[in-house]
Design a protein around this ligand. Structure first.
Ligand code: FAD
Length: 412
């Protein structure tokens, strides 16, 4: 392989955007992707339901700051503003009363206030939550379903640093398709995992199964879990602070359980939000019939989602179907058609949904924003400032880091 100015590891949202910035800056680069497609966690597929379905990211969060949003609009894609309010709440098999629903909204608002007023040390988010059912339902949304982690595994400081993601939009054509469209003109070498990065001499040497190439700098966009698992060996080893930071940013999990529902809307409207709370954990949220498609998309998150990954797809689909039958009647079962379960934990080059700092370890993100020896840079959703965990944030991170690299290499 020919030597270049910069190697970029990973052709997800961050890697693709970094490549575009380097190209504009007149630097030559090589973008190496381990898998056989671009997009990473942005991945739309019609394989399962015959319509575009996002296996990974789906909501265009923070649309007013999300560079993908104007691009989807300009392309004339079908957009839907999603308010993300719980429309239907069930406690086990029972529909919650209006008062109960109101108390969940109040619990949600009080969490925001508690967080605003929190000035103590960094603790578990769970420490801020009041006891009781309403508070649990609110915690489900902000913990497992949003942050991908249970509230006792989330750092308050990390949670606070994440921006409010309103306004949220969906696109019918798929967020993954939007990222693929964005990256379509970027040259990428697919199926080329980077195994080793040597940085003991000048610049870096990247070792892959298809050869070795030298560069003046490398931008690594692999998730912190991929790096914690030593999928890329650094030689010499990275500083301890960086290695610890990978472990302090474990991947949360969000698993989708889409069920095709044929011949009925079950009394629900397109884009209704339905939450089924269990008494302890194991809650499930359904996004109902997006774009009036025959789909109810179940979501489980946090520890429960990791457990379901081990139990397998059949167990996951049964769980989602049984919850629907429990609340809407057993007849629902005969309307269920095709189904699937996403499994991001088993994607070797991702290993989870997105990173959430351990309580007391929120500074790990800032650590990874520091380059090593002015030649190893990190970009991606895990270092995306207020838009952490999001695909738009990953893109902005890739752009910002590439600008930093370009300034350093060109002296401009
Ligand atoms: C189920 C789920 C739902 C989500 N929902 C939303 C949502 O609604 N809205 C939203 O904004 N975000 C959402 N996200 C998060 C969003 O998808 C990610 O934040 C974003 O796509 C991450 O982009 P990235 O470039 O940082 O990382 P990635 O997309 O992971 O890209 C990194 C790339 O690096 C490659 N790679 C790894 N190791 C190597 C190696 N050794 N050599 C070469 N290549 C390598 C990987 O294959 C991958 O393609 C969701 C994520 C999941 C999993």
């Amino acid at each position: 392989m020919e030597d270049v100015d910069v190697v970029i590891v990973g052709a997800g949202s961050a890697g693709l955007s970094a490549a575009k910035v380097l190209r504009t800056a007149g630097l030559n680069f090589k973008l190496l992707e381990a898998t056989d497609r671009i997009g990473g966690r942005a991945w739309t597929s019609s394989e399962h339901f015959g319509v575009p379905f996002d296996i990974g990211c789906a909501w265009l969060h923070a649309a007013d700051r999300n560079p993908y949003f104007p691009e989807a609009q300009a392309a004339g894609w079908t957009m839907h503003h999603h308010d993300m309010n719980i429309d239907h709440l069930y406690y086990r098999g029972r529909k919650a009363s209006e008062e109960e629903e109101a108390s969940v909204k109040a619990a949600d608002a009080s969490l925001a206030e508690l967080m605003e007023g929190h000035s103590g040390g960094d603790d578990r988010l769970g420490a801020l939550l009041a006891k009781g059912r309403a508070s649990r339902a609110a915690a489900t949304f902000c913990g497992p379903m949003d942050f991908g982690s249970d509230e006792d595994e989330i750092s308050i400081a990390d949670f606070k640093a994440a921006a409010d993601l309103e306004p949220n939009y969906f696109t019918r054509e798929g967020f993954g398709a939007l990222v693929a469209r964005f990256g379509a003109d970027v040259p990428v070498q697919l199926s080329t995992p980077v195994r080793r990065i040597e940085w003991d001499g000048l610049g870096v040497v990247c070792v892959t199964d298809r050869g070795t190439l030298k560069a003046r700098a490398v931008i690594v966009t692999a998730s912190p879990a991929v790096l914690a698992f030593d999928e890329i060996v650094f030689s010499p080893a990275l500083p301890d602070a960086h290695m610890s930071a990978f472990f302090d940013l474990p991947m949360g999990m969000l698993t989708k359980l889409p069920l095709e529902i044929r011949g009925t809307r079950l009394g629900l409207k397109p884009f209704d939000d339905l939450l089924v709370e269990r008494t302890a954990r194991h809650d499930i949220y359904f996004l109902c019939f997006p774009f009036d498609l025959d789909l109810m998309v179940g979501f489980i998150g946090g520890d429960f989602a990791w457990e379901m990954s081990a139990a397998g797809e059949a167990a996951g689909v049964d769980f989602a179907t049984n919850r629907l039958c429990e609340i809407l009647g057993n007849d629902t079962r005969r309307h269920v058609g095709r189904s699937m379960m996403t499994n991001w934990g088993a994607e070797r080059y991702v290993r989870g949904a997105y990173a959430a700092a351990r309580p007391g370890r929120a500074e790990a993100r800032a650590t990874l924003m520091q380059p090593v020896a002015e030649r190893i840079f990190f970009a991606g959703e895990h270092v995306a400032g207020p838009l952490i965990q999001t695909c738009g944030g990953a893109r902005l991170s890739g752009e910002a880091v590439a600008r930093q690299v370009a300034a350093q290499l060109t002296g401009r």
